[in-house]
Write a protein that binds this ligand. Structure first.
Ligand code: AP5
Length: 209
């Protein structure tokens, strides 16, 4: 399976990616996680990316395309992969097509998680992640267990989330007609409880839950 999970900030891409990748035994390729790792490691890439991420802006296309190109060359991506948060612009989507074509591959499907904007804000602002396990929680909808080492993402402050939502509308929403024209787009209601969202994703992909 070579799948893209598409959706605005807080739509549940990371939550669903973890479940699906666990089930299918394929890697989750999250450009957001890769950039945050680079930021934590203090690499030049991380320092440059942080400047965009902290302001809620997209990191330049050539930077993320380079990251994904390198990641897709790792042996674990040969059997399939789930892209979470990439592509995010039409030039990124075109570059991805080229990268895959060179390897004789193509995307099987693009799943869009739809969630209304007012819910997205609450989801992002109350999100907490366990530093040790990477598990995603929500203070209201999926409270963390006692003892979890919680992290609040720097870009989950209301002002930054608002900017990220604007960036989604301005840059990423254009991917919906792009993939619709290729007949790859499948839409799923992301407001359902997480396990129902997983079931819906499997259903639109023609797979058994
Ligand atoms: P990235 O890390 O990709 O963030 P994002 O796309 O904004 O998405 P989020 O991680 O905020 O949300 P999600 O959809 O994964 O939701 P989650 O499952 O956590 O990118 C961060 C930044 O990096 C960007 O702003 C940009 O600067 C840069 N970047 C990354 N990729 C880039 C690219 N390709 N090009 C350029 N720049 C790039 O869920 C959210 C919350 O809701 C959680 O608390 C969760 O528990 C809860 N939740 C999830 N599902 C449900 C449900 N069904 N019901 C109730 N609660 C739920």
């Amino acid at each position: 399976m070579r799948l893209i999970l598409l959706g605005p900030p807080g739509a549940g891409k990371g939550t669903q990616a973890k479940v699906l990748c666990g089930q299918w035994g394929i890697p989750q390729i999250s450009t957001g996680d890769m950039l945050r790792d680079a930021k934590k490691a203090g690499t030049l890439l991380g320092v440059q990316a942080a400047d965009y991420m902290n302001r809620g802006l997209l990191v330049p296309d050539d930077v993320v395309i380079g990251l994904v190109d390198e990641r897709l060359m790792q042996p674990d991506a040969l059997k399939g992969f789930l892209l979470d948060g990439f592509p995010r612009t039409v030039p990124q989507a075109e570059a991805l097509d080229d990268l895959l074509k060179k390897r004789g591959l193509a995307i099987d499907a693009v799943v869009q998680l739809s969630v209304p904007t007012d819910l997205l804000m609450e989801r992002a602002v109350l999100r907490r992640t366990d530093k040790r396990t990477g598990q995603i929680y929500h203070l209201k909808y999926n409270p963390p267990p006692l003892g979890a080492e919680l992290e609040h993402r720097a870009d989950d402050q209301p002002e930054t989330v608002r900017k990220r939502l604007d960036e989604y509308e301005a840059m990423t929403a254009a991917l919906l007609p792009f993939y619709e024209a290729k007949r790859l787009l499948r839409r799923v209601d992301g407001t359902l409880p997480p396990s129902d969202v997983t079931r819906e994703i499997l259903r639109v992909l023609g797979q058994q839950a």
